[in-house]
Ligand binder design. Structure first.
Ligand SMILES: [Zn+2]
Length: 203
């Protein structure tokens, strides 16, 4: 008989990704930091909006284009106000957007952003022997599934691999689950209890 315990892991990045791009003043590729500020320019009924980055070496700024010469009616008034107020969530929406940065010839750097996980018990079972972990991850932080599982379950990565090879960790969505990146809405199943896991770790 299977007793399912349901957990949700909400993965929250600790920092904004940095950007690598060519700095004209430094004359080479440097690291740029997200200033978390927008610049909005309204001119003759046309609006430009940028997200401002700053070179970590020479401090010169780079405005990354978000909208170019759009008409006021093409932008929601509420959203426009958020740009003016440097709304934090909006900063993240654009600061984590991979294709937007590609279009602006800037490369996002994921190594040093860090993350933390808010874990929430959705359904509890006292005799649990199977667990469903639902991942909520709003931003594509390029985190590997095996790294997340190892850190969250407090089991080494090689143990995670062993458990996976024994068919005790699986997901209906991913074939090479452990090597894949964490995605929003992903569900991972563990066919063992937390107690069995901690025993495995002591081996
Ligand atoms: Zn520079």
């Amino acid at each position: 008989m299977s007793y399912l315990r349901k957990i949700e892991w909400d993965i929250i990045p600790d920092n904004k990704p940095k950007v690598i791009r060519n700095c004209p003043k430094c004359g080479k590729r440097t690291l740029f930091l997200n200033t978390e500020k927008f610049r909005v320019n309204a001119n003759k009924n046309l609006i430009d909006i940028w997200l401002i980055y700053q070179c970590s070496k020479c401090k010169s700024t780079w405005n990354m284009t978000l909208y170019e010469r759009i008409k006021p009616r093409d932008i929601n008034h509420e959203v426009y106000e958020k740009f003016l107020a440097n709304d934090k969530e909006l900063v993240d929406t654009y600061g984590f957007d991979i294709s937007l940065h590609n279009r602006n010839k800037a490369e996002l750097l994921w190594d040093s952003i860090g993350y933390h996980v808010n874990s929430q018990e959705i359904e509890f079972s006292e005799k649990e022997n199977e667990q469903e972990i639902k991942i909520s991850c709003k931003y594509p932080i390029q985190l590997r599934v095996d790294k997340l599982l190892s850190q969250q379950l407090n089991v080494s990565r090689s143990q995670i691999k062993k458990i996976y090879q024994n068919g005790l960790i699986y997901s209906s969505q991913e074939e090479k689950l452990l090597n894949s990146k964490v995605k929003d809405g992903m569900k991972i199943y563990l066919k063992c209890s937390m107690e069995q896991l901690s025993q495995l770790n002591g081996e």
